[in-house]
Ligand binder design. Sequence first.
Ligand code: 5AD
Ligand code: SF4
Length: 434
Amino acid sequence: MSKKLFIETLGCAMNTRDSEHMIAQLHEKEGYTTTQNIEDADLILINTCSVRERPVHKLFSELGGFNKKKKPSAKIGVCGCTASHLGEEIIKKAPYVNFVLGARNVSKISEVLHKDKAVEIDINYDESEFAFDDFRTSPYKAFINISIGCDKKCTFCIVPKTRGDEISIPDELIVNEAKRAAKNGAKEIFLLGQNVNNYGRRFSSSEHEKVNFTELLRRLSKIEGIERIRFTSPHPFHMDDEFIEEFAHNPKICKSMHMPLQSGSTKVLKDMKRGYTKEWFLNRVEKLRSVCPEVSISTDIIVAFPGESDEDFSDTIDVVNKVKFDQIFSFKYSPRPETEAEHFTNSVDDAVASERLSYLQSSHNELLDAIRVKYLGQTFRVYFEALNKDNFVSGRSDTNLVIKVKGSEELLGQFRDVKITKVGRAVLTGEIVA
Ligand code: 5AD
Ligand code: SF4
């Protein structure tokens, strides 16, 4: 009987890929297979996120629950971004935790497993060339990390403190990983990094050939079997014309762009140290739409950053109304440890913050309803990737619309043309026409 691993993954797609890397290492080196049952597990991992405040006591109460349910011999490990920032404190507060492994130390999972009370959280550790074993939750879509860490100094963001400086993974490793994924049946690859279009800024070896993100996309799009390429997140500051032209004209690149705005006010953007203005952001959207009219654009917005006035917030609403984003991920500002903004004293009243967030969300929902109703009767090419309840199978259009049809697993990993028969806010329903 193989040893069993229970793993809970919180946070972003990067964490999802880190979990896949840990599952792969634990399988190949230690003989673990995964289980959905805590009671059966010999090892319990929680891969944490710290981008917004998740009350620390929530992590500890969850750990306490794991500790009660687990087999007496089972080990517990805390991994990811909260592990990086709390480190040893986790073992002090929850002495039954066996090890703590930071977001920048994933490749050491086998090592810490055998050292009781190990804390590996060095954010300068360079695992950009580590050859992880292969494991993918889905055979149809392959997440591939293209860089680790982040060199930006956004004043609200904890990530540089949990994932360290930015290092690009050599392009030849990325291309080989994509080829292996294609061979195993993935027709879509999803490139991951904190700031993907800054790719090539720094490689582990200073001798490495200078390859930028646009060039990386060109190289990946030559791989036979890969039909769709997606990526997240690009930074508006690095959206030069060369990148936008490649995005528009390379048929393998999906026409869906995530452009994290954060705020529409140039003053707030300056306080956030984002490196662009409201005008630059609008200019990049205009350029993008001029060369790629069908593009769908999603964004992240933080409301009530310290010092955000009513006028600043109106600027955000103005950008939302002008751009008509296809999707907005919106958050109330949450002060994070070890960030510059943590020390800003001009915080916005929480009631005002809540009001702004709900105004933003409801006005965007109205815009969205008007956009989405137009999809009724239209046909999209869908790549199917998930089995849902009630005999539905779902996938995505090139422009990232989630579309479901009645069907079964034969559709998984297949492309079909689907005509939309019902429009919802999150999911469209349709019928296969070809
Ligand atoms: N408070 C609120 N939202 C944040 N984000 C990052 N840091 C914070 C913070 N301190 C949001 C940003 C980012 C997304 C991943 O999370 O919008 O783009
Ligand atoms: Fe991902 Fe950032 Fe959360 Fe870390 S803090 S898991 S990098 S979203």
